[in-house]
Structures are given as C-alpha cells and as structure tokens.
Design a protein around this ligand. Structure first.
Ligand SMILES: [Zn+2]
Length: 315
C-alpha cells in the first residue's frame, strides 16, 4: 500500500515511468455507470471519465492515466455509436489528461481546458508528454445549446490553479474535478498553484454560481448530492478557520486536529479507515491533517508542500 501511495505521488509529480505505474496495478477501469439521462461516468484507472451524450456526438471529461483510450472507447461504445468530438480536462494532472493523445489522433476531437491548466499541459513533465489544448477559457465558456449545452466555470485556486467545473445544465449534473474528490479533504498541489486557503472560497463560488447542480461527480470516487457538496465546503472552511486560530495562538498541528475532532458535523470527514478504492491514499483524517499542515504553512508564508500521504503512525 505504501508503494502504491508512492507511485500515485509520482504520477502527480510526473516522475515515474507509465509502464511501471500500470504494472503496479492501479485499480483499472470499471463498467460505465449512468448518472442522469445523458451523463455517465467511467470509474477507475485514474480520475472519473465523464461521458456526455449529445444529439449528434459525445463529449468526454478527463481521460485517465495514459494507455486507457481504447478502454474508455469500449465503455462509450456500450451505450452509443455517436462519435467523440471533444475532450474537456478538469485540470492538468496526468491521471486526468493521460489518454488525451488517443482521442487527438482523430483530427475532429477538440481538447478544451482552463487557461492555467492549458499552459501546464503545453509542456512535457517527466515521462509524460505535452498534451496540447485547442480551446481555452479563463472564467466562463458555454458550448452548445439546449440539451447539448455545457458550461465551463473557473472560480479560483483549489486543488490546482486551473480547476474547471464542467456543468451540464439540462441534466443538472456538475463534474467537479479533483477539488472535490472522495468526499473528504482534497489533495492540494501547491506546485500547480493549488491553495488550501483559497479552496473554500472557490468551492463556495461554485456552489452559489451553479445553483442548478443537483448531482456532483467527484474527480475520483462517486456521485454526491448538492447537500453533501455543501457540507464538504463547510468542513473545508472550518478547517481553514481552525488553522488560522491555531497559528494565531501559537498552537500545534495536533491542537488543530483536536479542534476539528470537536466539531460533531465534521466526523464524516475525520474517519480513521481508508475508503474503498482509495486504500493507497490514506484515511480521511490523515488527509485532514495534511491539509491543516498545508493551510498553516500558507498562513505562515512558508512554501506549502505537496503531501500525498502520511506515515502509518499519522494515519
Ligand atoms: Zn488531480
């Protein structure tokens, strides 16, 4: 398990051979699941791939780690014969853009990403090649009309500084990317502009500016209700407030953890067991500890670290 955590860390950092990654058995693709009338998700092999079936074509959100283009298409073909014409990426990490090249080989497939992510994707990173973006947006872009309409939003930094929210208004479904993954403390990638201090504001803006979003597909993990999304935002805001109190009073990380444990409504985000499918990624409470550490570093003006996992005694 520790080895897997190290491997996933290396994915994000772009520091490991892809073949090594696949050989280590990251959980693979599992069958496509219907989320709403026209929205589906394909779990596994990296982040969720969201499938939006339009009148004449198919739009994908995120393409998992490299080498999964055919596997994604196999799942898409089980529900429709319409052609894939567009890939939207929620952010630049290799477990979300890894199989873009498979789809770009077809000239008709257009890749869309937020401008900050597009800039990062335009250069190779470690073993991962550049993933060129054809169309970028800064804060908002609408694509298509009526039942085909897609709305792309950016509200600020969180997981990275290029986190796109992809909304399908006719289906009331929002693909949130990794700012909201596993319904627990999200990974913050400061090297890609991520910020724990900014995250609650960014997520709150998404909640109120996309009022129709009733079902939220996490970047990894499952599909959540609007009420669950709001409770998660409240937890993240509370975590930042507790980090502030702790820094102001000269407290320690353990003091801050005690303050988090003292809030009954936060218990669901402080579990001590790994989540099914995320055994490599630590426990909810270890991830809360990581984000306290990141927030406190940001508050002290220190360079915030990228922490993928903690040692066993801090799980
Ligand atoms: Zn990510």
């Amino acid at each position: 398990m520790v080895q897997r955590a190290a491997i996933l860390g290396a994915i994000v950092l772009g520091g490991v051979a892809v073949t090594g990654l696949m050989a280590q058995g990251l959980p693979g693709i599992t069958p496509i699941e219907q989320v709403s009338e026209d929205v589906y998700r394909i779990p596994g092999a990296g982040g969720n791939t969201v499938v939006f079936v339009r009148q004449n074509d198919v739009v994908l959100v995120d393409t998992k780690v490299p080498g999964n283009g055919e596997g994604i298409m196999e799942q898409v073909r089980s529900i429709t014969d319409k052609p894939v014409t567009m890939v939207i990426n929620t952010h630049s990490h290799p477990d979300h853009v890894g199989s873009n090249a498979f789809f770009r080989e077809n000239d008709n497939v257009q890749v869309v990403a937020q401008a900050n992510s597009a800039a990062r994707m335009s250069v190779a990173s470690g073993p991962f090649p550049a993933n060129p973006v054809d169309t970028t947006f800064t804060t908002f872009r609408a694509i298509g009309d009526g039942a085909d309409r897609i709305e792309l939003y950016w509200f600020g930094a969180g997981h990275t500084d290029g986190d796109a929210f992809v909304y399908f208004p006719d289906d009331h479904v929002l693909a949130a990317g990794d700012i909201y993954a596993w319904h627990m403390s999200p990974l913050i990638d400061p090297a890609s502009g991520g910020s724990m201090l900014a995250l609650p504001t960014t997520a709150t803006a998404a909640y109120y500016n996309i009022p129709g979003a009733q079902r939220i597909i996490a970047g990894h993990g499952g599909v959540h209700s609007r009420a669950e999304f709001l409770s998660w935002i409240t937890f993240n805001r509370g975590l930042v407030q507790i980090a502030e109190q702790t820094v102001q009073t000269g407290g320690t990380e353990d003091d801050a953890m005690d303050r988090l444990y003292a809030v009954p409504s936060f218990a669901v985000f402080m579990g001590s067991q790994p989540l099914p499918g995320l055994e490599y990624g630590g426990t909810p409470r270890s991830r809360a500890r990581i984000n306290l550490r990141v927030a406190m570093a940001e508050l002290r003006g220190e360079e915030a670290p990228l922490i993928m996992n903690l040692p066993p005694d801090q799980q």
